[in-house]
Write a protein that binds this ligand. Structure first.
Ligand SMILES: O=P(O)(O)OC[C@@]1(O)O[C@H](CO)[C@@H](O)[C@@H]1O
Length: 407
């Protein structure tokens, strides 16, 4: 009889000397202050944002005060277990999603008026593409070539996964876009992989083609372009007949992507001076029109729960996928309960609840990781003391649920 998995305690902002502690005490106040600086909000909103800033890190968790917001009931259910906790003592995964939802409460995102549905991170996200005009054209040219040659698209799958992975280094809650570390196109793009299960994922795609692939998006801007290039490649290769791109229902984690960010990116590509991005935009728009690329968003991707605790419906939806690709650090943390697992805990053991084949593409930006070899941990830790959080190291990990035994 298999022993039930015992999930370790979650990361918290009270973990002494941890990145979570630095985040709660230093990064989050800075993010709230920056939200005031980069916007031109009226005094009443800035007053609410400053009050939020002053709650961090030892203020109490409280119910949302956002009358009429579509997610109000859900959020107050999610908050209930942590009433009486502080920002620092609540689980970090919960507190971080709660922080971004409280920013929207303060700015009146769900309230009628001038800031209704106004993305407080719009300026940072828009700026994130500017420094990469040359890289955008290069990516588009390669994508356009693949679109005419399925064999090349299939052969390029490993490169497409690396491109999507290292696009995750650009994360505006951590760095401004022009300061993000860039491994793409250097020897670091494979040397800095702590786990590389590309081969198993590639074999899976060869076996199941043509498939339904679901991609859980992360950041807008350059990372989103890399994800769209991966999607374009999956369709060109014939690995996917349909790709469902899952986006956030509202702004969060500064740079996380909404449907609006996809549409804006396509519009910027379509108006590029270089013809290659224009051709890529035209093809992506035709994939959307034909239903081969489906853009969907859901409040579930803004929820503060570990994926293990997701309600039945999204689990059932993901179970229909032939491959779920989860991008980025926050999705990884959600997949592994944002818990203090020993780093050598087998990835398949931790995500055995997941209802579909799963591929994670993640640069490490938090002190949680599973599936590593002891020797690799020793090597990287001696070489780079910040390896868990500086975004310079990545994992490509693949899990395939055991096939149901036929009766
Ligand atoms: O999901 P992403 O964009 O790759 O990263 C999310 C993130 O910015 O938020 C947390 C720290 O505040 C970390 O998980 C990581 O730094």
């Amino acid at each position: 009889m298999e022993q039930p998995l015992c999930v370790p305690p979650p990361l918290r902002g009270t973990d002494p000397g941890s990145f979570a502690e630095r985040t709660v005490r230093e990064r989050w106040p800075r993010i709230v202050a920056q939200t005031i600086q980069v916007n031109d909000f009226p005094a009443s909103i800035n007053k609410r944002l400053r009050a939020l800033h002053d709650e961090l890190p030892d203020g109490p968790i409280r119910p949302l005060q956002d009358p009429g917001a579509p997610d109000l009931r859900l959020w107050n259910e999610w908050i209930a277990p942590y009433l009486g906790e502080t920002w620092a003592s609540a689980p970090w995964l919960f507190a971080e999603h709660y922080l971004y939802r409280r920013i929207l409460e303060a700015t009146g995102y769900f309230q009628p008026g001038p800031t209704h549905l106004l993305d407080p991170f719009r300026k940072q996200k828009t700026a994130a593409l500017d420094p990469s005009a040359e890289a955008v054209a290069m990516l588009a040219r390669a994508a356009n070539e693949r679109a005419t040659c399925p064999e090349q698209a299939r052969a390029h799958l490993p490169l497409l996964l690396l491109t999507s992975l290292w696009g995750n280094q650009i994360d505006l809650s951590m760095w401004s876009a022009d300061k993000a570390p860039r491994h793409l196109g250097t020897t670091r793009e494979t040397a800095h992989l702590l786990v590389n299960e590309t081969e198993a994922a590639h074999a899976h795609l060869e076996a199941i083609a043509p498939a339904r692939v679901d991609l859980l998006a992360d950041n807008a801007g350059f990372e989103l372009l890399c994800d769209l290039v991966l999607i374009d490649g999956l369709l060109a290769a014939g690995y996917a007949h349909t790709v469902v791109l899952h986006l956030k229902a509202h702004p969060t984690f500064v740079s996380d992507a909404l449907i609006a960010d996809v549409l804006e990116l396509l519009s910027r590509l379509a108006n590029a001076s270089d013809s290659a991005p224009r051709l890529l935009a035209k093809r992506l728009r035709s994939h959307i029109a034909a239903g081969h690329l489906q853009l969907t968003d859901s409040f579930i991707w803004n929820c503060p729960l570990p994926m293990r605790a997701f309600p039945a419906l999204p689990h059932a939806e993901l179970a229909r996928s032939d491959l779920v690709i989860a991008k980025g650090d926050a999705n990884y943390r959600r997949l592994v309960d944002d818990a203090h697992w020993p780093f050598t805990t087998p990835f398949a053991e931790v995500v055995s609840y997941f209802p579909a084949p799963l591929l994670v593409l993640r640069t490490l930006k938090a002190e949680v990781v599973v599936g590593l070899e002891e020797t690799r941990i020793g090597e990287v830790a001696s070489r780079d003391p910040e390896w868990l959080t500086n975004g310079h190291w990545g994992v490509i990990q693949f899990y395939c649920p055991p096939r149901p035994v036929s009766p």
